[in-house]
Ligand binder design. Structure first.
Ligand code: SAH
Length: 445
């Protein structure tokens, strides 16, 4: 299930009909950035060595610790060292496929701001901006809608753990920028090409207070998860250990007794046999919810996810193909579908959750068909026209990214292979959805 989760504290209806987009908007051709291609990342021995030493010294580690080390270890983490997006990378995302995705999210941001009574300050906050394509497309919308945003103090705040990607974001978004020290909360500042102040942080807790629109696109699925298995003796945590016969290989084991995580994280009403929980994701949602409740704003969380129904979704992706999660750690993306029922619970009652709805429904509601026609009218290059049409189809077609793909056979089958834009005959389409949270006074829409 592909899900948008929208968290907003508002006291009026929040989904609005789309304003027609101004004519003559530019068609953006995505730059091709240099990336460490998946072919060149055959193995990353330093991460494996680091993990095996750690396990030898202190015993099996949780899946969350494994994921955190593999993805965001400050020296050799997958996100820290690579640009993994795009055709040469490991996966592709909606903002990378078509500018229209970001443009429609930009319209959504402006409409949320208008509906909130046009507060003087507007902080646009993105978690995990990747190459900066989404925010870049949004900033173009903001520039085009200057007359609507007139008088608002708009600032841009990016939460990014990867020095490599934050560098790409700065090159893509900022006319000029300066880097802060290692220990500074704001590690880079600059001015966008459209003249707005832009700031980079490692953690969302460092983003200043104030009316904010938060965006998280394919961010929550990268956060570490704990995995649990129901057994005859109760819930047991899945751990990562060294293979007893092959010391340079890792394997999953069940911890024999309850762990701190298994005793504190699992809801008493839980019915599933296997569970994945990201407490880090929960803490981040709590922060968004409390800031929105106190200062106003909204959050749009878009990810592959489910509503508390799925069990084992932990997967690796490398070169647009599935990859064993314990094989050659650090050379592949690790991801787990987002449990939106958990995020809703963590958000609490001060905000209202809405959705989920499919990406297709969200984009159709936001006027993707009309936007495509406007772009096609002003574009006469046959290749670019074909790209625009193909991009829209990728984003909305139920067989592609408009809804998610699910394997019908083996556990490790072709899940999320739409990231690479390829479908396999074995895939059966399932819902890809959008979810919303909003203020208690409003109720679900
Ligand atoms: N939103 C982008 C990129 C998705 S990939 C897109 O849709 O194209 C995940 C992004 O989250 C990357 O930018 C990665 O560096 C960042 N990220 C992953 N874990 C993070 C963490 N713990 N804190 C901050 N950023 C993180």
């Amino acid at each position: 299930m592909w899900t948008f989760l929208k968290i907003i504290r508002l006291n009026r209806a929040t989904v609005r009909s789309l304003n027609p987009l101004p004519r003559g908007w530019t068609v953006v051709l995505r730059r091709s950035c240099s990336s460490a291609s998946s072919e060149s990342r055959v193995t990353n021995p330093s991460i494996l060595r680091h993990l095996t030493s750690k396990i030898t010294a202190t015993g099996a580690i949780t899946v969350a610790e494994y994921m955190r080390e593999v993805l965001t270890n400050p020296v050799s983490g997958y996100y820290v060292k690579n640009d993994m997006l795009g055709a040469d990378g490991d996966f592709i995302t909606s903002p990378e496929i078509s500018q229209i995705f970001g443009e429609l999210v930009g319209i959504w941001c402006v409409s949320e701001w208008v509906a909130s009574g046009k507060p003087k300050v507007l902080q646009l906050v993105e978690l995990g901006p990747g190459r900066g394509s989404l925010i870049g497309d949004i900033l173009r919308v903001f520039h085009q809608l200057q007359s609507v945003l007139h008088g608002a103090e708009v600032s841009v705040h990016l939460v990014e753990v990867s020095p490599k990607l934050s560098q790409l974001q700065a090159q893509c978004l900022a006319g000029e920028y300066t880097c802060g020290g290692e220990d500074e909360l704001v590690y880079r500042t600059g001015t966008t090409h459209t003249g707005l102040p832009i700031y980079w942080y490692r953690s969302v807790k460092d983003v200043p207070r104030g009316f904010s629109i938060f965006l998280a696109h394919e961010f929550f699925d990268a956060l570490p998860i704990h995995k649990f298995q129901r057994t005859e003796k109760g819930w047991r945590e899945v751990m990562v250990d060294i293979h007893p016969e092959e010391p340079d290989k890792l394997r999953f084991v069940l911890f024999p007794t309850p762990t701190l995580a298994s005793t504190t994280l699992i809801h008493e009403d839980e019915k599933r046999q296997h569970l994945e929980i990201s407490p880090e994701g929960g803490v981040i949602v709590q922060k968004l919810a409390s800031q929105i409740a106190e200062d106003g704003g909204a959050a749009l969380i878009a990810d592959y996810g489910h509503d508390g129904t799925k069990m084992d979704t932990f997967r690796g992706f490398r070169g647009h193909k599935l990859h064993d999660v314990l094989e050659a750690p650090g050379t592949a993306d690790l991801t787990a579908d987002v449990d939106f029922s958990y995020l809703r619970r963590m958000a609490g009652d001060a905000v209202v959750c809405m959705g989920p709805i499919t990406q297709r429904a969200f984009l159709k509601n936001m006027g993707i068909d009309a936007r495509l026609q406007v772009l096609l009218r002003s574009c006469h290059d046959a290749t670019t026209r074909a790209q625009l049409i193909h991009g829209c189809d990728m984003l909305t077609s139920p067989e592609k990214m408009g809804s998610s793909m699910r394997p019908t056979g083996r556990r490790q089958a072709a899940r999320r292979n739409h990231r690479g834009g390829r479908l396999s005959a074995a895939d059966a389409p399932i819902e890809k959805t959008t979810s919303f949270l909003k203020s208690p006074a409003v109720g679900l829409i």
